[in-house]
Design a protein around this ligand. Structure first.
Ligand SMILES: Cc1cc2nc3c(=O)[nH]c(=O)nc-3n(C[C@H](O)[C@H](O)[C@H](O)COP(=O)(O)OP(=O)(O)OC[C@H]3O[C@@H](n4cnc5c(N)ncnc54)[C@H](O)[C@@H]3O)c2cc1C
Length: 466
């Protein structure tokens, strides 16, 4: 590259047949193309390439290596730290690789590396089945899966990675391999929780699970003043409940939408968002104790098709909001910790800001800490503190609340945090998250990506001398 020839120009020459898929700084669509979900992230790549095949991906990798350009791999672009975009480098955008093919004979589904969960949920629901994912359907399958995957079906069917059967991966040397329990098993182990460190996954194959035509889902709201009582109930009730019951706890503000009674609009509440895989009768019976806790403002659990549940909050957490994240794994909700939650929940700085506690138990505990790269199998909850607001002028306020809340609660945590709920928090935090699995991940990294080419992620550094 000379001073007068930009990386984009060279790409347009060397990758001429991908020309119509390249977006550069002078293109009218550049700002839309570089934008990720988190509006706080404002990075300017040299170019973005919209790939539509593993071959396109391999060619972008070869091109980037030849020009020593950093790359970011973008699945759904939801990552809080903005890992789907990089300054002055190349974004490999997989959004065009969103094909989904259900195989009803093997109860599995094959999914392109750039699909969103909405694509998957719609297709599997046709067969009364689902693969566990998160709680927002616009999230990318790629990033969510490679980090672990926590959501409404965790207690019943495990983490998303527990349903992963195999993956097609373009490696740093441009070769395409299939990783599964029998092919490249170490790579397959590392992909299940190790993030985007090992290559570009162009296709995932998942097991699907029976959920019928609808799950029983919806929230219970309590006044925020009753949060301590609700949390003390929740810490006992949920771990002892049958796996059919999932419920993540939230401190939140009721959005002013028709779904909720007007008198609750903009009221701060403590909530549990339930999802029961079972009949209406079962859900009513299993959730009966909930009505005896405090004075619920609303108990809105009813039948809901799984894709409907998955997209329930999509309209609330839209692309472009300012988002600041902090997270922890938590084993115990002590009375003291609950008091800190109560204090900070009352200070929610905006309507969108929230704190969630996602259960990690039931089927997620069937898998051992060393069976996949996701180490914190013994944790009981994944906590995320999520400062969110549409207005950039409030960025400092949501960040300060988020950090203040985390500072108060972190001393009670189990140590690391779920990688998909982290921003850029440094190497020590990444190590704390993988604990005893870090060294093995570093060896797999040294084997499959010895030069740390894939480094725009929660980075695992190649083991020295491996
Ligand atoms: C509103 C909101 C709600 C969320 N809710 C949940 C939830 O309920 N449960 C949960 O588990 N997580 C949740 N998340 C977190 C989410 O899992 C992470 O943000 C995840 O990184 C998003 O994946 P993505 O593909 O959309 O992101 P991207 O920003 O595109 O990518 C994130 C990382 O994954 C890598 N990557 C993505 N796709 C591939 C691929 N095909 N091959 C290789 N590397 C790839 C990227 O390089 C990058 O390092 C939520 C996020 C948001 C914004």
């Amino acid at each position: 590259m000379t001073a007068t020839t930009s990386l984009e120009e060279i790409a347009r020459r060397d990758l001429a047949d991908l020309n119509s898929h390249i977006v550069g700084p002078d293109d009218p669509g550049y700002d839309a193309a570089r934008a990720v979900h988190n509006g706080m992230i404002d990075r300017r790549p040299a170019l973005l390439v919209r790939c539509s095949s593993a071959e396109d991906v391999a060619r972008c990798i070869a091109f980037a290596r030849a020009h020593e350009a950093p790359i970011a791999v973008r699945g759904g672009g939801h990552n809080g730290g903005g890992l789907g975009v990089v300054d002055d480098g190349i974004v490999i955008d997989l959004a065009g690789m969103a094909e989904v093919a259900v195989d009803p004979d093997s109860d599995s589904v094959r999914v392109g590396g750039g699909a969103t969960w909405a694509d998957v949920d719609r297709a599997t629901a046709e067969y009364g089945r689902a693969t566990p994912s998160g709680i927002i359907s616009t999230t990318g399958v790629g990033g969510l899966t490679l980090g672990g995957g926590l959501g409404h079906l965790t207690r019943r069917f495990g983490l998303t990675i527990d349903s992963l059967l195999g993956a097609d991966v373009v490696l740093a040397d441009g070769s395409l391999v299939h990783a599964s329990a029998t092919e490249h098993p170490e790579l397959f182990w590392a992909l299940r929780g190790g993030g985007g460190n090992f290559g570009v996954v162009t296709s995932f194959e998942f097991q699907t699970h029976p959920i019928g035509t609808a799950v029983m889902a919806g929230p219970t709201f309590w006044p925020i003043e009753q949060m301590p009582e609700v949390m003390r109930f929740y810490r006992e009730f949920l771990p002892a409940a049958p796996r059919a019951v999932n419920g993540f706890l939230a401190a939140m503000t009721v959005p002013p939408v028709d779904l909720f009674p007007e008198e609750l609009h903009l009221r701060k509440v403590c909530a549990v968002m339930w999802c029961v895989v079972g009949s209406e009768e079962e859900a009513t019976r299993l959730l009966a104790p909930v009505h005896d806790v405090g004075t619920p403002l609303l108990h809105g659990v009813g039948p809901m098709p799984h894709p409907g549940l998955q997209s329930l909050f999509d309209g609330l957490y839209t692309k472009g909001l300012q988002c600041y994240w902090r997270a922890d794994f938590v084993n115990e909700l002590s009375d003291e910790l609950i008091e800190h939650h109560h204090e900070w929940a009352q200070k929610l700085p905006s309507m969108h800001s929230t704190m969630h506690l996602y259960p990690i138990d039931g089927a997620a505990h069937d898998v051992d800490a060393t069976d996949t790269a996701f180490n914190y199998r013994d944790a009981q909850w994944a906590e995320v503190i999520f400062g969110v607001d549409p207005d950039p002028a409030n960025a400092d306020a949501i960040r300060d609340w988020c950090v203040g809340y985390w500072d108060a609660t972190h001393p009670y945590s189990a140590g690391g945090a779920y990688v998909n709920f982290m921003m850029d928090e440094g190497q020590e935090r990444v190590r704390a998250t993988y604990r005893g699995n870090y060294d093995r991940l570093a060896r797999v990294k040294a084997q499959y990506d010895p030069e740390n080419f894939f480094r725009v992620n929660q980075n695992i550094q190649p083991a020295a001398g491996a």
